[in-house]
Write a protein that binds this ligand. Sequence first.
Ligand code: NAG
Ligand code: NAG
Ligand code: MG
Length: 257
Amino acid sequence: MGFLYPLVILSILLIFFPFDSSSRRTLFFHGGSTTTTTTTSTDAYCNSWMYSVETNNIGDWPTIPIICQSFVAGYMNGTRYLSDSKVVASYSLAFAKDAFTGGGKDAWIFDVDETLISNLHYYAENGYGSEIFNETKWNEWVLLSAATALPASLELYNNLKSLGFKIMILTGRGEEQREITQKNLNRAGYSGWEKFILRGDGDGGKTNVKYKSEKRAMLESEGYTIHGCSGDQWSDLSDSPTAKRSFKLPNPMYYIA
Ligand SMILES: *[C@@H]1O[C@H](CO)[C@@H](O)[C@H](O)[C@H]1NC(C)=O
Ligand SMILES: *[C@@H]1O[C@H](CO)[C@@H](O)[C@H](O)[C@H]1NC(C)=O
Ligand SMILES: [Mg+2]
């Protein structure tokens, strides 16, 4: 009668896990900050959410889902953020070494916030991106010039400089914050850039993606070859003309169009 056992077991399995279980087919319902999950844990959902952030599958998003606040805090404060940034930097450097021509016009663009320097301290005090951006508070933080270097970016920056790349710093911050930002960058260990470009009078109402692509076009018209561009937002990297290679740093805290 041993041949009956598999049938008995199968019947039991079908009782507990019917083929047509709608619960297993239910995935995520996303609605701004009222995201709910059904069949997976919060942690799995937040990992998947972050995957969609980093690949830009999600598109524009206002604030992090409230259920992911502690996930984002853990990611940003833990070793994974440092490790992810380090791996990005290592691929950037490998590409840069091959791409360098030595003609004096080899350029590399770096964004500032969450690329060269980290504002984690500010975001830790403001809900890790779960709160609506407050420009007044942000400007108060900028004036402290207390953002710290992202270690992997500082190392990459210095390596590219040693190779002979012309470093272009291109930030969405405005001209009125040039000196304080320069001070912060110096304090964090950065020096010796070729150009430091901030939003000027004519750039006021532009999206980040428009403003930065225009500045890349300007650099190209000056004869530079933009081999690489490093940024934490897709809007730092996309739209023509793009760099030969774009390097996306992680940032699950905010989105800039
Ligand atoms: C995370 O790191 C920030 C910046 O270093 C710090 O201010 C904050 O207290 C840390 N938060 C946690 C939960 O460890
Ligand atoms: C933004 O922050 C400032 C300074 O902390 C505060 O006075 C103001 O009420 C905040 N604005 C909003 C809309 O929360
Ligand atoms: Mg940035």
